[in-house]
Design a protein around this ligand. Structure first.
Ligand code: FAD
Length: 454
């Protein structure tokens, strides 16, 4: 049974008769999805049909066509799985606030279930939908192992403060998923309603305006099955060396699972359970779980409780003060957003990282820190730096438009979840990184060569 701590009620209306609708948003999968499991439990308990719906927007925080392609192809896999389970799947187009309430009316739905997303505009959609509908509206956290609203009721100061809570609560939440519930016990929709067409046709994604500039082919194959295979490959071939190899961009030591996690094709809880089982006791599993659980869930916490997660005002006071004190410092190099985007700075490492992101859709994790810090160093103000980094990250990364991206940028440019360091020009007391430091950490030349060969 779904742990009640996963559930947040957008209203307190009592259950009514009518189909249960699961509005799938962030967790685009059937397997290991607590929101789907909860919706199924409710439909069975109330002896009502279950319907799944997804709302496709023509624009999403600057995402490009290849991101939409990835998502839509993943949704096709999900819709096939649902079809095998005899659960209807509908793809609506447009703003969920305009699409979901009439959809519920059309089905005379008795309940709306959705998954959790801490981004402010998604929360606003849900609040506005809650104001329009007359059926219970429940949100289930299927993205965090420990539900985000439950683990903490405030923005955590650092990984240290969240880690303490994670350690206490993990045994309750990092548990196996229940076995598959047979969906043939579900009541079926009346014949007329089940004939409403799935409003997806293959030509639709081509109408998206944001074409990728200079992008290479999609590096990852989308969908739940591909995600599971990628996870298995990582555990078999890379987990053992993860703690030493993950910070070396010239080799491919990371899991490359972030796109699947971002689009919800893979459940972090499943990944954590598999990694825990494969633990070799030499530290790699622990170091991976630190990133997957503490760091990732800290990002959701940051975005949920800090509506300025994507701008200067979201930084802590000490960081705003120190950055303000250095606003007028002379910048040795100053680049426009276009020069950054075209990767034409004086720094071959920075340019290579930017090119890696544009071409492959995934910049190496270690370089994301260097990349964002140099944007701070080489732009006119910290506010501008934040905006440029957010724009590029959201536009090019497959895993962009994600709490991890906003928290990562706020960490690099605004010292969020970090502490003050030795004061220096432009950065003030924000942690500094430089080219020489990278050279000590990894083979910079080999990385630059690798990217030139793409
Ligand atoms: C400036 C900046 C921007 C970033 N932008 C994004 C982004 O848009 N989307 C995104 O998912 N991550 C982002 N990150 C965090 C991190 O770099 C990526 O999650 C990671 O590189 C993804 O590759 P991977 O799946 O191979 O990672 P692995 O090293 O294999 O880690 C596995 C998973 O752990 C989580 N994780 C790892 N590192 C972090 C971290 N520092 N913070 C939070 N979670 C982490 C991710 O879910 C990741 O998929 C950003 C970090 C910085 C500093």
């Amino acid at each position: 049974m779904t742990d009640p701590a996963r559930i947040f009620r957008y209203n307190t209306l009592p259950a009514t008769s009518g189909p249960v609708v699961y509005w799938m948003q962030r967790d685009q999968r059937v397997a290991d999805n607590w929101a789907w499991i909860y919706a199924l439990e409710q439909a069975l308990k109330m002896n009502q049909p279950l319907v799944v719906v997804f709302c496709l927007l023509p624009e999403f925080s600057g995402a490009q066509q290849r991101h939409f392609d990835f998502m839509i192809r993943g949704l096709e896999v999900t819709s096939r799985t649902l079809s095998d389970l005899k659960v209807p799947f509908y793809l609506l187009r447009g703003d969920p606030v305009e699409q979901i309430p009439p959809f519920l009316e059309c089905f005379r739905a008795g309940m709306l279930v959705t998954d959790f997303n801490p981004l402010k505009f998604v929360i606003r959609w849900k609040q506005r939908i809650a104001g329009q509908i007359r059926v219970p509206f429940h949100e289930v956290d299927a993205h965090n192992i420990i539900p985000c609203r439950f683990i903490s009721d405030k923005a955590e100061y650092s990984a240290f403060t969240l880690r303490k809570k994670v350690e206490k609560l993990l045994p309750r939440f990092l548990v196996p998923y229940p076995g598959a519930v047979p969906t043939d016990l579900l009541r079926q929709l009346p014949a007329m309603e089940s004939r409403i067409e799935v409003r997806y046709h293959p030509g639709f994604p081509e109408t998206f305006a944001n074409q990728a500039t200079g992008a290479g082919p999609i590096r990852f194959k989308p969908g739940e099955r591909e995600a599971q295979q990628c996870m298995t490959r990582f555990i078999k071939t890379k987990l053992a060396g993860y703690d030493t190899r993950r910070n070396r961009p010239e080799i491919d030591g990371q899991s490359n699972l972030s796109s699947y996690l971002h689009f919800g094709h893979l459940a972090p809880q499943r990944l954590a359970l598999r990694v825990q089982k494969a633990d070799d006791g030499i530290g790699s599993a622990a170091s991976f779980l630190e990133e997957l659980i503490v760091r990732r869930e800290l990002s959701d916490n940051f975005c949920l409780y800090n509506p300025d997660y994507d701008n200067f005002n979201g930084f802590q006071r000490w960081a705003r003060v120190t950055l303000d004190n250095h606003r007028n410092d002379t910048r040795e190099f100053l680049y426009t957003p276009e020069q950054f985007e075209q990767a034409i700075t004086h720094d071959d490492l920075w340019n290579a990282a930017q090119r890696e992101m544009v071409i492959t859709g995934k910049m190496h994790g270690y370089l994301r820190m260097y990349w964002a810090k140099k944007i701070l160093e080489w732009s006119g103000s910290p506010d501008e730096a934040c905006e440029i980094a957010r724009y590029l990250n959201d536009k090019y990364e497959f895993d962009g438009r994600d709490p991890n991206g906003y928290a990562g940028i706020a960490w690099a440019i605004g010292g969020v979840h970090d502490r003050p360091w030795k004061e220096r020009p432009v950065f003030g007391m924000i942690r500094y990184m430089n080219y020489q430091g990278c050279k000590r950490k990894f083979d910079v030349e080999a990385y630059v060569r690798k990217i030139k060969a793409l």
